[in-house]
Design a protein around this ligand. Structure first.
Ligand code: SIN
Ligand code: CO
Length: 388
C-alpha cells in the first residue's frame, strides 16, 4: 500500500505542506480495504486496557448555532452500545495498531517520516451526524477515510477563534471558515497540521483511521530529563565560588552571579552521551498499552539455539517503538530501553530498529555470533519480539 500522490510527491509534501498547510488527496489509497471493521473496533472498546471514548450530541443546533447542542463524553470500557441509538455519536479507540497487525500496517506508507515521530493509529466509528465537533489538535495527523462517507472541513490557524468546553472532557472551538470542505470516501486522505481547526461530521456509518504524531513540549522533556539525572545520580555537583571578591551590596544577586550560575546550570545539562541516550529512550517509550510477551522464565542462550534449530521466526509486538542512533558509538533503543552495541551487533540492531520480523534464515545467519545471540535473548526476554 502506497500513497498515490498524484501531482505531488513525498518531497513536495514535506516542503510545502508538512506542518504548514492542510491537504486533501482524493483516492490516495487505491482499492483501500479497512484493516478493522466497526464490530472488531467495538470489541476493542470493551477491553479494560484499551483507551476508548464515545462522544455524542443531542442533534440539536449545529456548529454555527451551537448553544442548543448538548454534548456527552463517556469513557470505556463499554459493555453495550445500544443506548447510543442510530445517529449523533462517535466511538474513538486509541492505539488500535497495538492490537491489530493489519491496522499497524497502515503506518508503512508514512515511512518517508522517521518512525519516532509517529504516536499511534486512532480509529473512529461514527454514526450519521456523529463527530467530536470543531476542534484543534496540537499534533499533526493524517486521516484515512475507511468505509462510509464523512463531511470534513479544515481551516487555517486563527488566534481569534474562541475555545469552548461544552463538556469537561471535550475541548472545541467556534465555527471557522474552511480551506478544505470535502466529502471523504474510502481511500481518501486528509493531512491536518497542528492547531488547524477541523470538524468531521459523518454522513453515514463511517470509519476513520488517524495516524497521529508526537511532538513533546519543552516542559515534558525537561521534567523527564531531570528524572533521568536523578535516576543516574549525575547532577550532584554544587555551585562553587572560590574566586569571589568583596560584596558591596549583600542584598543583591549580582548579574555576575546570575551568569555564573547560568553557565553552571547549562554545563550540567550538556552531557552529550546522557542526553543522546535520554532522547532515544524518551522518544521510543510508548504512550499506550502494549501487548508485551515476556517469557515466564528467561530464555537462555541454549534455548535460543534450539528455537532457531526448530525453524521458528521472531515477530515484533504490534506498535513497539524502536530506533537506531547512528553516532560514533551507535545505540539501539526499544520502548525506552537502551541496548549497548558492538561492531558485531550493528547489523542485527538495525533490523530491530526497523521493527522487522526476523525470519529463520536471518536468525541462522545472525546467531553464529555470540554477541548477536546475547542481543536476541535480551530483547526476547523483555517481550519486545516473540517466537512464532
Ligand atoms: C475522528 O473523529 O476520527 C478524528 C477526530 C479528530 O479530528 O481528531
Ligand atoms: Co482532531
Amino acid at each position: 500500500m502506497n500513497i498515490q500522490w498524484g501531482e505531488l510527491s513525498a518531497e513536495i509534501f514535506l516542503k510545502e505542506y508538512w506542518q504548514k498547510k492542510p491537504l486533501f488527496i482524493k483516492g490516495a489509497f487505491a482499492n483501500f480495504e479497512d484493516p478493522i471493521d466497526a464490530n472488531e473496533l467495538a470489541g476493542l472498546a470493551m477491553e479494560e486496557h484499551i483507551e476508548s471514548r464515545i462522544i455524542a450530541h443531542n442533534g440539536e443546533g449545529n456548529s454555527k448555532n451551537s448553544d442548543q447542542q448538548k454534548w456527552q463524553v463517556d469513557h470505556g470500557p463499554f459493555e453495550d452500545f445500544s443506548q447510543y441509538g442510530e445517529c449523533n455519536w462517535t466511538l474513538l479507540v486509541q492505539a488500535v495498531n497495538h492490537w491489530s497487525t493489519e491496522t499497524n500496517q497502515l503506518l508503512k506508507p508514512f515511512n518517508f517520516l522517521p518512525s519516532w515521530r509517529i504516536d499511534d493509529v486512532m480509529v473512529s466509528f461514527s454514526t450519521p451526524q456523529g463527530g467530536v465537533g470543531p476542534h484543534l489538535d496540537q499534533y499533526d495527523v493524517f486521516i484515512i477515510q475507511g468505509e462510509g462517507k464523512r463531511h470534513w472541513r479544515v481551516g487555517l490557524p486563527n488566534k481569534a477563534l474562541c475555545e469552548k468546553v461544552p463538556h469537561p472532557d471535550l475541548k472545541q472551538v467556534d465555527d471557522f471558515s474552511p480551506e478544505i470542505d470535502v466529502i471523504t470516501e474510502q481511500g481518501d486522505l486528509l493531512y491536518i497540521p497542528p492547531n488547524h481547526p477541523h470538524d468531521g461530521k459523518s454522513i453515514e456509518n463511517s470509519v476513520n483511521f488517524s495516524i497521529g504524531f508526537q511532538a513533546p513540549n519543552a516542559q515534558e522533556m525537561i521534567s523527564a530529563f531531570a528524572d533521568d539525572i536523578i535516576d543516574k545520580n549525575t547532577g550532584t555537583l554544587r555551585i562553587s565560588d572560590a574566586e569571589r571578591s568583596i560584596t558591596a551590596n549583600p542584598e543583591n544577586i549580582e548579574l555576575t552571579d546570575i551568569n555564573a550560575i547560568k553557565d553552571f546550570f547549562f554545563k550540567q545539562l550538556d552531557n552529550n552521551d546522557q542526553l543522546t541516550q535520554f532522547i532515544g529512550s524518551y522518544l521510543t517509550k510508548s504512550h499506550h498499552g502494549l501487548e508485551l510477551l515476556v517469557p515466564v522464565t528467561p530464555i537462555t542462550d541454549q534455548q535460543l539455539i534450539d528455537i532457531i534449530d526448530e525453524n521458528l521466526n521472531l515477530i515484533p509486538v504490534n506498535g513497539i517503538k524502536a530506533a537506531y542512533i547512528p553516532t560514533t558509538c551507535p545505540q539501539l533503543v526499544i520502548n525506552g530501553d537502551y541496548f549497548a552495541l558492538e561492531q558485531a551487533t550493528l547489523e542485527l540492531a538495525q533490523v530491530f530498529a526497523q521493527k522487522s520480523p526476523l525470519t529463520n534464515k536471518q536468525l541462522k545467519s545472525f546467531s553464529s555470533c555470540l554477541k548477536n545471540r546475547q542481543l536476541l535473548t535480551s530483547i526476547l526476554n523483555k517481550g519486545y519480539w516473540y517466537i512464532e
